[in-house]
Design a protein around this ligand. Structure first.
Ligand code: ZN
Length: 231
């Protein structure tokens, strides 16, 4: 019998690289967003106008653009088919505002074109919400009471949450790719301004990569703890 001695607290060390990556991604997205939210596009077009152009170019005249409260709350709502933009993005004429607005339209286009990863992600949302809330509590109860079965259920539930984050990546990358393509094709901004929008969207995508990496390390940690207990 081998006891690796990896416990709940000592294994936290495994999460440190993920924490560093997450902090890096967050600071990168903040600094990039700050820079390009101060860079106005020369056509003086707003995020909402850019979104309208992109939606219309894709035959999505029925998709409405609404203003939503908060900051960085921009999202596409598949239920009522609306692109919801925060005030700064809706009214903003910066490269960052246009990039974000068109990214959300990218999700609207994915929805209209039945882009498969988006369908899978939406389908598993209820299950993963439920599973991700219960994963750690179940695992901890199993750990404290010494029920290996509960630990395994906790790990499987956590695995579902990781799967959700893994499917999120292609959805987000694809929405940004569609946005940048349209920004160029429709001529929403001048060609030399597209690079700034690309930097903003790439930085935003990095935070999803960091989230997936963190979850993978957490999953690895749970497996190691369970193994060291049960060996
Ligand atoms: Zn997105």
């Amino acid at each position: 019998m081998t006891y690796y001695g990896i416990g709940w607290y000592s294994s936290i060390i495994l999460l440190i690289p993920a924490l560093i990556f997450t902090l890096y991604a967050q600071s990168k997205v903040k600094s990039t967003y700050r820079e390009y939210s101060q860079t106005g596009c020369r056509k003086r077009i707003t995020g909402a106008q850019a979104a309208r152009k992109m939606l219309d170019a894709n035959g999505l005249q029925h998709v409405n653009i609404l203003m939503c409260s908060g900051e960085l709350t921009d999202h596409y709502h598949p239920g009522n088919q609306t692109v919801n933009l925060s005030a700064g993005v809706y009214n903003g004429t910066s490269i960052a505002a246009i990039g974000v607005a068109c990214h959300e339209c990218g999700h609207a286009v994915q929805h209209a074109r039945h882009y498969a990863p988006l369908g899978i992600r939406n389908a598993i949302v209820p299950v993963t919400n439920f599973a991700s809330k219960l994963a750690i509590p179940l695992f901890l109860i199993g750990l404290i009471l010494g029920f290996a079965g509960l630990e395994i259920i906790g790990i499987l539930f956590y695995g579902l949450a990781v799967l959700f984050q893994a499917i999120t990546l292609p959805v987000e990358f694809n929405a940004s790719r569609r946005a940048l393509q349209q920004i160029t094709d429709v001529g929403i901004v001048y060609d030399d301004e597209v690079e700034g929008a690309k930097k903003v969207l790439t930085a935003a995508a990095l935070t999803y990569v960091a989230a997936l990496f963190t979850s993978l390390m957490q999953l690895f940690r749970l497996i190691l703890i369970a193994r060291s207990r049960n060996d």
